[in-house]
Design a protein around this ligand. Sequence first.
Ligand code: NAP
Length: 481
Amino acid sequence: MVMFSTTTQMANGTNLHLENLFLSSIQPLTKSISRSKEEVNKAIESAKTAQKLWAKTPLWKRAELLHKAAAILKEHKAPIAECLVKEIAKPAKDAVTEVVRSGDLVSYCAEEGVRVLGEGKFLVSDSFPGNERTKYCLTSKIPLGVVLAIPPFNYPVNLAVSKIAPALISGNSIVLKPPTQGAVAALHMVHCFHLAGFPKGLISCVTGKGSEIGDFLTMHPDVNCISFTGGDTGIAISKKSAMIPLQMELGGKDACIVLEDADLDLVAANIVKGGFSYSGQRCTAVKVALVMKSVADTLVKKINDKVAKLTVGPPEDDCDITPVVTESSANFIEELVKDAKEKGATFCQEYKRKGNLIWPLLLDNVGANMRIAREEPFGPVLPVIRINSVEEGILHCNSSNFGLQGCVFTKDINKAMLVSDAMETGTVQINSAPARGPDHFPFQGLKDSGIGSQGITNSINMMTKVKTTIINLPTPSYTMG
Ligand code: NAP
């Protein structure tokens, strides 16, 4: 087994020289832009060639290989999770969960794929006015070609396989551009697919900074589909790419509306878990709590009691709050905190930062004029806005340029449904914090939060085209007999 090593920047700002744990053949592309272009071209060319044969591989065989890859991925959960801990400061247990969940996603996708792709439609012409039964129409789903998958740093394994598995089962090839932080974990994950025996060239991983190789990749004429998860970069990509299907999962400012009759213990538990898990670096983190004034004092106290119990420290110790991914992320969060301070927010805890490590902070009495009320901090800082009515909460939520998820806490299902209908978001959770998954549920954002819908079945449909074959009869079929 050839040892492989690479240097990656860790979330605490230091460089990590990671001796590879089980890789045998993957080589990362170089950082130099000209060489990267050559290597990107080579990867896309191989993917294009390999896809032609792969599309002709029986569906059951594709599924069999995916099941194998899922098993290998789970077998290697420990070393891959270790990369996640070191590269992106993911708490140790969450890192293992990410890998295991990814294996389950791959298996589910294999099973769903054989069903979704294994059947088509049959239509007859005389169901449309003015037609006789002279045509039979058969539909099937065919692959798009080369799918470019670009996941973000916060789930470099799970949000990569959520693109890779539906692409492969559908007969596409994959070029993966992993996030710079998270690339080593992603390379290990891709290697699991190689170990499973997928054909050479079918799955390539091109590393390099998005700012350097991104445009070249996303505007490449041989890329037939882009599945992207990340921030505003996705909006820029959608403006540059032309005539190819896009799946864009972008940022969010998920609001949690708390009504007077809510179970406040349940709300506090959900807000703390939803707002502070992985230090708030989740697209579906609770990013603003909109709380009815009459229950705000009680709820804020309950939340603070829980925040006080959060552990803060290194990911290896499985702390609740770990360093945020980069110094620039930490600086951005600090800007939002300073702005809130200047504009009069109530600090429930003292603001504390050491390097990239920011202690959990609840900001009460936040006003709509504060940046933290509207912007996505992607860190362990949660604003509370006190509202006079549910309409005020919905108005705040809907004035956002984001529309990923939202949630409402109430014991009244009628009110919950009214709020759900009124919220301009891709998903509304009733009595639970926003969350992605289970991974077969549809997942989508409105407005600047995305294009298209994810979830295993939706991704398979998105990564295929409908093809029709029409059988024409010389005379209407019912003229015989
Ligand atoms: P990001 O900065 O937009 O980066 C996302 C990915 O795009 C990375 O792989 C990045 O590579 C790459 N990239 C950067 N510039 C590019 C370019 N010009 N062309 C092509 N690719 C480029 O986002 P992030 O900081 O990794 O992730 C945090 C964001 O993702 C948050 O806004 C969060 O809400 C969002 N997110 C959304 C979902 C969802 O499902 N809606 C899920 C998770 C996260 P480099 O690392 O090399 O820059």
